[in-house]
Design a protein around this ligand. Structure first.
Ligand code: PMP
Length: 404
C-alpha cells in the first residue's frame, strides 16, 4: 500500500467481524484525516460566505476557496484558474456543457460522438440534447478486448461532428481511451472535445493542455475529496463565449432595470453560495495526492491490477472484463463468475468484509452490449494492498465452493 492506512480512520473498522477491505473506489473513495480536518477547521475557524464580505472571516474563506481553485488548475495543468468552474459533481459539469455549449452550437442534422463505454452521466445529457435538437448521436464501438475501436471512430468523424464526448477511463472495464488521439482527430474535423475524467483524474497524471481537450470534467469524491464538489475545466476562450447555466447571486456584476452585466469567468457559472467548506477540503485532498505523486499512484494501480488479473484469471469460471494489455487499463477490474449472479458474489465478498460493487455501474448500454445483465467490480486506490487482493481471491474461492 502506498499510504499509511492510519490516515484513513474509516478503514479501521470491522465488517461482519472481518477487517474492512474497501474495493469500491470507482464509486467513491475514502477520505484521509487531512480532508476531514479541513472541513472541521473551516466550520470551526473560517466559516463565512465568500466573494461578498468586507469582513475578515469572509476574506479568509474567499482566499481559501480561490486557493483550492488554483490547486485544481495546477493539478490538471490548466493554463489558468479562470478555466476552473466548481460544480456539484461530474454529472452537473457535463449537463452544464450540454445546456450551454450544446444549446448554442448543436443544430438539426449535427452529430455528437460518444463511445460504447460511457457512464449514463456522459450519455444521457447528449441523448436528450440530440433528441431535442434533432441531432444525431453516434457511438464508437469497442474492440473484442474492451478497447475503443479507433478505426470506427475515424470513420464516424465528419464535418457534421460538433462534439466528441468520451470517457478517459471506463468505470466498468477500466479501459483508458487514447484521449490525445481522440482529441486531435476531432479537432481536425472542427469538433470540440469533452473528456469525462471522473475516473481518469483520480488515477492518471492529468495534463489538459497536453491532451488539448476543450472540456474536462471530474468529481472530488472519487479522489479523496468530499462529495458535493465537481470540476468543469474549459478552455478560457470557449468559457467566455458560453451563456450562464444558472442565474442568481454572484454570477452578475450589475443588475439594472433593463440589463444585467454578467460576472467574469469562472464566477459567471457559479450562481449562488457554493459548497465552500468542501471545495476548500478538496484542496487538501489535492495536496495529499500531490505529496504522493500521481505517477506513483499510477504505478501502484498497475501493480494491484496485474496481481489481481493473475490471481483471478486462474479460475476457468471467471471472465475478466478488461483490456488484455495492462497499460490500457486503470485500477479497476470487473468480472463475472459462470453460473453466479454478481449480486451473490458481492454478498459473499461482503461477508468477508470486502466491499465490491455489482450491477450495471450506471453504464447499462455497455453491460448489455457485453451480453450481460450485471458485473462484479473491484476498484483499487492508494490504501489498497496486495494482501487485499489475496483476501479477494479467498472470497472468490468461497463463491466457487458455494456455487459448485
Ligand atoms: N463518469 C464516470 C466514468 C464515472 O465513473 C462516474 C461516477 N461513477 C460519473 C461519470 C458520474 O460521477 P458523479 O456521480 O460524481 O457525478
Amino acid at each position: 500500500m502506498l499510504v499509511d492506512p492510519k490516515d484513513f480512520p474509516i478503514l479501521k473498522q470491522k465488517i461482519n467481524g472481518k477487517p474492512l477491505i474497501y474495493l469500491d473506489n470507482a464509486a467513491t473513495t475514502q477520505k484521509p484525516r487531512k480532508v476531514i480536518n479541513a472541513i472541521s477547521n473551516f466550520y470551526t475557524k473560517s466559516n463565512a460566505n465568500i466573494h461578498r464580505g468586507i469582513h475578515s472571516l469572509s476574506e479568509k474563506a474567499t482566499t481559501a476557496f480561490e486557493e483550492s481553485r488554483a490547486k485544481v488548475a495546477a493539478f490538471i495543468n490548466a493554463a489558468s484558474p479562470k478555466e476552473i468552474v466548481f460544480t456539484k459533481n461530474t454529472t452537473e459539469s457535463i449537463n452544464l456543457i450540454a445546456k450551454t455549449f450544446g444549446e448554442l452550437n448543436i443544430k438539426a442534422g449535427d452529430e455528437i460522438i460518444v463511445s460504447a463505454l460511457e457512464h449514463h452521466s456522459n450519455l444521457l445529457p447528449w441523448r436528450m440534447l440530440a433528441e431535442k435538437k434533432k441531432a444525431v448521436l453516434r457511438i464508437i464501438p469497442l474492440n473484442s478486448d474492451f478497447t475503443l475501436n479507433m478505426t470506427e471512430y475515424a470513420k464516424l468523424i465528419s464535418d457534421k461532428t460538433r462534439l466528441v464526448a468520451i470517457t478517459g477511463m471506463s468505470n466498468v472495464t477500466g479501459t483508458l481511451t487514447p484521449v490525445k488521439r481522440i482529441t486531435s482527430l476531432a479537432h481536425k474535423a472542427g469538433a470540440k472535445v469533452l473528456i469525462d475524467g471522473a475516473q481518469y483524474a483520480a488515477h492518471i497524471p492529468t495534463d489538459v493542455q497536453s491532451i488539448d481537450c476543450d472540456f474536462f470534467v471530474f468529481s472530488a469524491h472519487k479522489m479523496l475529496g468530499p462529495t458535493g464538489v465537481g470540476v468543469l475545466y474549459a478552455k478560457k476562450e470557449i468559457l467566455e463565449t458560453l451563456p450562464p447555466f444558472l442565474y442568481g447571486g454572484d454570477m452578475v456584476k450589475s443588475v439594472q432595470q433593463d440589463r444585467i452585466i454578467l460576472n467574469d469567468i469562472p464566477h459567471k457559472f457559479e450562481a449562488g453560495t457554493p459548497n465552500i467548506a468542501d471545495v476548500i477540503a478538496f484542496g487538501s485532498a489535492i495536496d495529499y495526492l500531490s505529496e504522493i505523486g500521481m505517477d506513483r499512484i499510477r504505478e501502484h494501480d498497475l501493480k494491484l491490477l496485474k496481481f489481481a488479473k493473475e490471481k483471478f484469471s486462474k479460475y476457468k469460471e471467471v471472465a475478466l472484463l478488461c483490456p488484455k494489455d495492462l497499460q490500457k487499463s486503470g485500477g479497476t477490474l470487473s468480472f463475472t463468475v459462470k453460473g453466479v449472479h454478481p449480486h451473490d458474489i458481492a454478498e459473499i465478498f461482503n461477508q468477508e468484509g470486502i466491499a465490491i460493487r455489482a450491477g450495471y455501474h450506471c453504464a447499462e448500454p455497455l453491460i448489455r452490449g457485453l451480453k450481460l445483465n450485471s458485473a462484479a467490480r473491484m476498484s483499487f486506490y492508494i490504501y489498497n494492498s496486495l494482501d487485499n487482493i489475496k483476501a479477494a481471491e479467498k472470497a472468490l474461492k468461497k463463491v466457487l465452493k458455494i456455487f459448485k
